[in-house]
Design a protein around this ligand. Structure first.
Ligand SMILES: Nc1nc2c(ncn2[C@@H]2O[C@H](COP(=O)(O)OP(=O)(O)O)[C@@H](O)[C@H]2O)c(=O)[nH]1
Ligand SMILES: [Mg+2]
Length: 273
C-alpha cells in the first residue's frame, strides 16, 4: 500500500465498556500506527454509560493521537450511536465500525479495509456464517439460534443474500455512506440491516468476507423476549418504509414510540424517505 493510503475513520460504539475497551483501543491504535500508512482516527461513540468508560477512553486519548470520542447523553442505542458517528464521513475516505470488546482483531479489520481499497465493493463486511470463518470462541448457543432465526426473517423480508448482517465489523466508502445516511433510522441492533438494505437499494456493492471471531464475555446486549420482539418490529418497520403504505402510517408514529419504550428499546429516528 502506498504512503497515500485512504484516510479512515473507525467508529467504536461503547456502552459500559470500562472493562473491555482499554486493551482494544491500545491494540487498534498500535496496529494501525505500525501497519497502515494512511491517516486513521479511532472514534469511540459513547452514550448513557454508567461506568468509567469515558475515563478509560480519555486515558487512551492521552496516549494515542488517533483516539478521540463523541458522547451523547440520551439512550440512543448502538444504532443511534452509529448513525451519529457516521456523520463524520466527510472527515475521511473510508468509514467503518467495530465492537469495543475485541471480538474482531485489528488485522482482520485491516483485511476488510484492504479489500475495500482494492475496489472489490463499496462496503465490506465481516461474516461469521460463511465458509472459511474462523471462530475461536463462539457465541452462546441461545444467541446463535436467535441469530439464525433473525437471519431467516431478514432473508424473507429483504432477500439480500447476506449470511451475517449482524457481525460488528464493517467498512464502506465515504460516497456510499453519504448517499444513504438520511435513510438510517433504526437505533437498535437491527441498524445493520437498515444500513445494508439502504446500500443495496442504492446500487452499492456489498462484499461479505469470512472473518476471524473471538466472542467475548461481558456482552452488553440484553437478550430476551422483549429484545427479540423489538428486532422483529424493526425489521417490519424497515420493510414498510420501503413499501407504498409507509406514508399512510405517519399518524401511528406516537404509538410506535410508545411500543419501543415499552420494549425498552431506542425508538427509530424519523427522517425523510
Ligand atoms: N454507544 C452504544 N454502544 C452500544 C450500545 N449497546 C451495545 N453497544 C456496543 O455495541 C458493541 C456490541 O456489543 P456486545 O456487548 O459486544 O454485543 P454481543 O457481542 O453481540 O453480545 C459493543 O461495542 C457495545 O459496547 C448502546 O446502547 N450504545
Ligand atoms: Mg461482543
Amino acid at each position: 500500500m502506498s504512503a497515500t493510503a485512504p484516510s479512515l475513520v473507525l467508529l467504536i460504539p461503547a456502552y459500559n465498556e470500562e472493562k473491555r475497551i482499554g486493551p482494544v483501543l491500545t491494540h487498534y491504535a498500535e496496529y494501525f500506527y505500525h501497519h497502515y500508512p494512511g491517516r486513521v482516527r479511532l472514534v469511540v461513540v459513547l452514550n448513557g454509560c454508567r461506568d468509567n468508560t469515558l475515563g478509560v477512553v480519555r486515558a487512551a486519548e492521552q496516549k494515542y493521537l488517533s483516539v478521540s470520542h463523541l458522547e451523547f447523553s440520551g439512550r440512543i442505542g448502538k444504532g443511534g450511536a452509529l448513525i451519529e458517528g457516521l456523520k463524520l464521513a466527510p472527515l475521511a475516505d473510508l468509514i467503518g465500525y467495530v465492537d469495543a470488546d475485541g471480538a474482531t482483531p485489528p488485522q482482520v479489520f485491516h483485511d476488510l479495509v484492504i479489500r475495500l481499497i482494492s475496489g472489490e465493493a463499496d462496503c465490506v463486511i465481516a461474516s461469521r456464517w460463511i465458509p472459511g470463518a474462523k471462530i475461536t470462541h463462539a457465541q452462546p448457543q441461545r444467541r446463535q439460534f436467535a441469530s439464525r432465526l433473525f437471519h431467516g426473517f431478514v432473508e424473507g423480508f429483504f432477500g439480500m443474500g447476506i449470511k451475517d448482517t449482524q457481525c460488528g465489523a464493517k467498512v464502506m466508502s465515504r460516497r456510499a455512506i453519504q448517499s444513504v445516511h438520511t435513510r438510517l433510522q433504526l437505533a437498535d441492533l437491527a441498524f445493520d440491516v437498515n444500513l445494508l438494505y439502504s446500500l443495496k437499494r442504492s446500487g452499492f456493492k456489498i462484499s461479505e468476507v469470512a472473518t476471524e471471531w473471538n466472542d467475548q464475555s461481558g456482552s452488553k446486549v440484553v437478550f430476551n423476549f422483549k429484545t427479540s420482539l423489538n428486532m422483529l418490529l424493526s425489521l417490519i418497520r424497515l420493510r414498510l418504509v420501503y413499501s407504498p403504505f409507509y406514508r399512510w402510517l405517519r399518524p401511528f408514529r406516537p404509538l410506535e414510540t410508545w411500543v419501543y419504550q415499552k420494549l425498552n428499546a431506542p425508538p427509530p429516528i424519523p427522517r425523510g424517505r
